[in-house]
Ligand binder design. Structure first.
Ligand code: AMP
Length: 306
């Protein structure tokens, strides 16, 4: 079933120990949409400038992503972000953030998007995330991402926004910051009191933990031989997780959540995050096939079964 994805479509400059690319397609919504498109039809909402290349749009449409919700500001420039990774690639320093047309991003959903049952809100200002949700009629499952900047400086607005979400996806340091508790298990319990029924805490190369009030589930990270570029891995996790659930028609409101599907969704999230790291930027998605996704899912099963 259709999934609406909202967030940044960008050009990125990235340097890792494996090389440097000055400008390539990136953005959280780009990564989320590409990853989710392996599981369910995706409708993307974003803004780009007149400099946005037709071949980049074609990558999205080649994955059958609906791009009617991408607004093009002809006399503006696309959001640009640049970062450099540490030698072990566990740390990243942002070198440049040029918001450009993203500074005035006020997402407006096309009519054809509004009745979609699934909504994934990428990391944008919480009030804009709320505004998007209000434009949907009858959304069945809403989740999103946020970051330290919104947790620190827009706390009230963020709490108001996430209280209506079905799931929240953040990394471990953000979970500690949001809850004010250094212990991850207690931090998760506190965040689940803030509204979301499902919380996924990403732990970089160490995997992810899913929490509900009833249970938690731990998934390791896939052990890649070579990580070329971790940019977008968290977004691809989100896309794989939500895309899988949307494809299955998952709903948290039938009294009892399907825990097996939630566990599988975490693994598909890890699978898509791992593929993302295998090449620079979005390049892995130019060739990745559904069969490879399934094979890695099975490999995860074999590696963790006991
Ligand atoms: P991740 O590695 O999962 O954190 O995602 C990296 C992607 O997020 C890059 O492609 C960037 O273009 C995008 N990005 C970086 N900073 C921001 C920001 N402030 N708002 C929205 N997207 C961003």
């Amino acid at each position: 079933m259709s999934l609406v994805v909202v967030g940044s479509v960008a050009y990125d400059g990235v340097e890792t120990p494996h090389g440097k690319v000055d400008r390539m397609l990136g953005g959280a919504a780009t990564y989320i949409s590409l990853a989710a498109s392996y599981f369910t039809p995706v409708k993307i909402v974003a803004v780009v400038g007149g400099d946005f290349a037709e071949q980049d749009m074609e990558l999205l449409t080649s994955r059958k992503i609906d791009v009617d919700g991408i607004e093009r500001v002809k006399d503006g420039k696309t959001f640009f972000w640049a970062g450099v990774y540490s030698a072990d690639m566990n740390d990243r320093t942002t070198l440049q953030t040029d918001l450009n047309v993203f500074a005035d991003f006020n997402p407006k959903l096309p009519q054809s998007y509004r009745s979609a049952p699934y909504l994934l809100l990428g990391n944008i200002q919480p009030a804009l995330q709320s505004g998007v949700r209000q434009q949907m009629n009858g959304v069945r499952f809403t989740g999103g991402d946020t970051m330290n900047y919104w947790i620190k400086d827009y706390r009230g607005e963020l709490l108001e926004t996430i209280k209506d979400w079905d799931f929240l996806l953040i990394n471990d340091s953000e979970a500690r910051q949001l809850s004010g508790d250094g212990n991850l298990r207690r931090a998760a319990a506190k965040i689940l009191q803030m509204g979301p029924k499902i919380l996924v805490i990403k732990r970089g190369e160490y995997g992810a933990v899913l929490f509900t009030k009833e249970f938690h589930f731990m998934a390791p990270g896939y052990l890649l031989e070579d990580v070329f570029d971790p940019t977008g891995a968290g977004d691809c996790f989100a896309g794989g997780f939500m895309g899988y659930l949307a494809g299955k028609g998952f709903t948290p409101d039938t009294g009892k959540m399907d825990w097996t599907e939630l566990r599988k969704a975490v693994i598909y999230g890890s699978v898509m995050g791992s593929f993302c790291c295998e090449k620079f930027g979005v390049d892995r998605f130019r060739t990745l096939g559904r069969g490879e996704v399934e094979a890695r899912f099975q490999e995860f099963k074999t590696c963790t079964e006991f």
